[in-house]
Design a protein around this ligand. Structure first.
Ligand code: ZN
Length: 129
């Protein structure tokens, strides 16, 4: 198991971690298999989506903001329930195929660490087997 460190810069942000995940895959020495990425945070998530045109990432973040307003009569006293909800919607894990020692992503796909209550120092676990 390897870890990736992510320093987020904004309250809501997607960080392209494809290169870091790819490095972990290379370091694992696995040629054919699966790579799992797990985010050990309750106000962040991981997703696979468009990495070529980053306006898509902006649309995803803006739409999540509309779907899950920051103030919405939540009970959680910490005041960041919207971030918890977005984390639930996107999920803490992605599973990616590995072929020829590399991530077998689609042409336009990238792996994103999704921050919903930053900026913070975050981490993701990567397991390749
Ligand atoms: Zn909270």
């Amino acid at each position: 198991m390897q870890s990736i460190n992510v320093k987020t810069q904004a309250h809501s942000q997607g960080v392209d971690i494809t290169g870091q995940v790819q490095k972990a895959v290379a370091a694992s020495g696995v040629d054919q298999g699966w790579c799992e990425v797990f985010v050990p945070h309750t106000t962040a998530a991981v997703m696979v989506n468009e990495a070529a045109d980053l306006s898509v990432l902006g649309d995803i973040l803006n739409t999540l903001d509309k779907l899950v307003p920051w103030d919405n009569g939540y009970q959680h006293l910490e005041g960041n329930s919207a971030a918890h909800l977005k984390s639930v919607l996107l999920g803490a894990t992605v599973r990616l195929p590995v072929q020829g020692g590399r991530l077998a992503l689609g042409t336009w796909q990238g792996v994103f660490f999704m921050e919903f209550d930053g900026p913070r120092s975050r981490k993701a676990w990567v397991d390749v087997r």
